[in-house]
Ligand binder design. Structure first.
Ligand code: ADE
Length: 267
């Protein structure tokens, strides 16, 4: 999987993508990243990338020319203009060109899975008050938001997307770890984790986990995941894939408040 990231602030990416799982996946050739400075594609001595909005109002708007030029040249796309649009022979451009913007569709685990299927993805990091509408409408194939809040630009959002997608790629997490049990991957929040020591300052690891009884441990984990999801994110239960056992367990939780209390203590 290859990411082309178009940004005015490539230095922001040093750090988060140079460490840990993403760096290991890069070293192993599972994922590669190329940072493209939009300013390098701006013309003139001042390499201007933004301008005042037509119609007035505050803030600056990112100009279309440098971004179109950057994306078309890096992805090897023909430079299209209004006259080309009705040409039915134009092949569809297969590489997703994604604008990171708070106006986009909401990023979640299912979007990460969808993106992990592509061999190459282009990410455009918007800045200032926004980008010229022609970038959205005529260049991008998708717009993604990482949540209902406004960041100073799309860079942090792009890093989050790269991280979430990379960990889904085969081999990225190493042999013994898997993304399959992650919170959200199963449609449920993840069960609680414990490690040694079994007794830390008098706070003990639930006996069930010390029992070594694999089937009971699996059942305990599933029930804890269901409980946690029911308490914290009941909306997720509407779309999670649930077995008959899960459904009867959830029904019992509703009927027996003491059961919830007992399970929350890890018993
Ligand atoms: N740029 C600014 N805010 C953003 C958000 N919430 N998601 C994606 N890109 C953004």
């Amino acid at each position: 999987m290859h990411f082309d990231i178009f940004t005015l602030f490539p230095a922001m990416f040093a750090g988060p993508l140079d460490d840990s799982i993403v760096m290991r996946a890069r070293a192993a050739g599972i994922v590669s990243l190329a940072l493209h400075n939009i300013r390098d594609y701006a013309e003139g001595r001042h390499a201007i990338t933004d301008d005042y909005p037509y119609g007035g109002g505050g803030g600056m708007v990112m100009k279309p020319e440098p971004i179109f030029r950057a994306v078309e040249s890096v992805l090897g796309l023909p430079s299209r203009s209004a006259g080309d649009e009705s040409d039915p022979d134009q092949p569809r451009q297969p590489i997703p060109i994604i604008l990171l913007t708070p106006q986009g569709r909401r990023f979640d685990q299912s979007v990460a899975l969808e993106l992990a299927d592509h061999a190459r993805i282009a990410l455009i990091c918007g800045r200032y008050e926004g980008v010229d509408e022609r970038i959205r409408r005529r260049l991008c194939t998708d717009e993604i938001s990482i949540g209902d809040f406004v960041l100073s630009g799309g860079e942090l959002a792009a890093m989050i997307l790269v991280d979430a997608v990379t960990r889904l790629l085969p081999g990225a997490l190493g042999a013994e770890q898997g993304a399959a049990d992650d919170s959200h991957a199963t449609g449920l929040l993840e069960y609680p984790h414990y490690t040694r020591p079994p007794d830390f300052r008098g706070w003990r690891v639930p006996e069930m986990l010390l029992s070594g009884h694999h089937a009971n441990v699996q059942r305990w984990r599933r029930q804890q995941a269901l409980l946690r999801t029911a308490l914290r994110r009941p909306d997720m239960l509407e779309t999670a894939w649930l077995t008959d056992d899960d459904l009867s367990f959830l029904a019992r939780l509703e009927q027996e408040p003491q059961l919830t209390e007992r399970l929350q203590m890890g018993l």
